[in-house]
Design a protein around this ligand. Structure first.
Ligand SMILES: Nc1nc2c(ncn2[C@@H]2O[C@H](COP(=O)(O)OP(=O)(O)OP(=O)(O)O)[C@@H](O)[C@H]2O)c(=O)[nH]1
Length: 257
């Protein structure tokens, strides 16, 4: 059978990236308790392409991920190396977006439930290997100003706390979720009975936080726990008294270099 993509290309143009995107496939991610969690990811895989080659071997990306769907830092590096070797490229890239499930215990009833956090892995291998992980944690923020000036109550809402770390050291998703929840007014839960609901309502009221407060608290914890030096924090609250959102962002000095 004629191999068209294998033909020599006369235009002499290098392509920075060629590949596949939005492949949906089951993957396994390691939980902090050592067990593997099955979820499904939206996956992009790519390589650079030599000027002399007309097309890359698209089918090989799928083949490789089907044989390597256990994903952690070590596996990702290995997948990128295999991609380079099988596709004859100098650079390889991978992106995975998936929902990760965290076990939660309700504060009073101790009922168990699971919340989903959105995770993105991004890694590339060329002269060096780089790995970037983003974890999006939902939480509650309660406005300190509203609490101060109101006779009763204070506006509160759900917020998304996004932490992106670029590090070649292994970092647990669970650790970033905990830092995010500890920095907010209150965590959120999938299952709360009435005594839990009373507890989280009053807990948030005792811990009012602006988006700026949450962002700074996350930074303090990332630094104190020496999680990473290269990071980005983005906190966004889905305001309940406005029809727009509030946000705060920190990009570490090392991330900007
Ligand atoms: N390179 C390239 N291939 C495409 C594109 N769209 C569809 N394809 C198809 O993807 C397949 C290319 O994958 P290859 O891995 O080269 O397939 P193959 O030649 O059967 O497999 P190998 O023998 O391993 O190279 C072919 O069937 C292409 O027609 C495109 O835009 N670019």
């Amino acid at each position: 059978m004629k191999d068209v993509q294998q033909q020599v290309d006369e235009r002499d143009i290098y392509l920075n990236e060629v590949g596949i995107k939005d492949l949906v496939f089951p993957i396994e991610i390691k939980n902090k308790d050592g067990k593997w969690q099955t979820t499904h990811a939206k996956i992009s895989l790519s390589v650079d392409l030599d000027p002399s080659q007309r097309g890359t071997h698209m089918s090989r990306f799928v083949d490789i991920i089907q044989k390597n769907n256990r994903i952690d830092l070590k596996h990702i590096k290995n997948i990128l190396a295999v991609i380079q070797e099988k596709l004859g490229a100098k650079k390889s890239f991978i992106e995975l977006e998936f929902e990760y499930f965290i076990k939660k215990e309700a504060p009073v009833s101790k009922k168990i439930s699971y919340i989903n956090v959105g995770v993105k892995y991004k890694a590339w291998l060329g002269d060096t290997f780089e790995f970037e992980m983003t974890v999006n944690t939902p939480a509650t923020t309660l406005c300190p100003c509203s609490k101060e000036i109101s006779e009763v109550s204070a506006h509160n809402q759900r917020a998304n706390i996004s932490i992106t770390v670029r590090s070649n050291e292994f970092i647990w998703i669970e650790d970033l979720v905990k830092i995010s929840e500890d920095s907010a007014s209150s965590p959120v839960y999938a299952l709360l009975k009435r005594p839990d609901e009373k507890y989280v309502t009053e807990y948030a009221y005792e811990n009012p936080r602006f988006v700026e407060d949450v962002c700074r608290e996350v930074k303090i914890q990332l630094d104190e726990n020496k999680i990473a030096t290269r990071y980005k924090i983005l906190v966004e609250s889905f305001e309940s008294i406005h029809n727009h959102n509030a946000f705060a962002k920190i990009i570490s000095e090392a991330m900007l270099k």
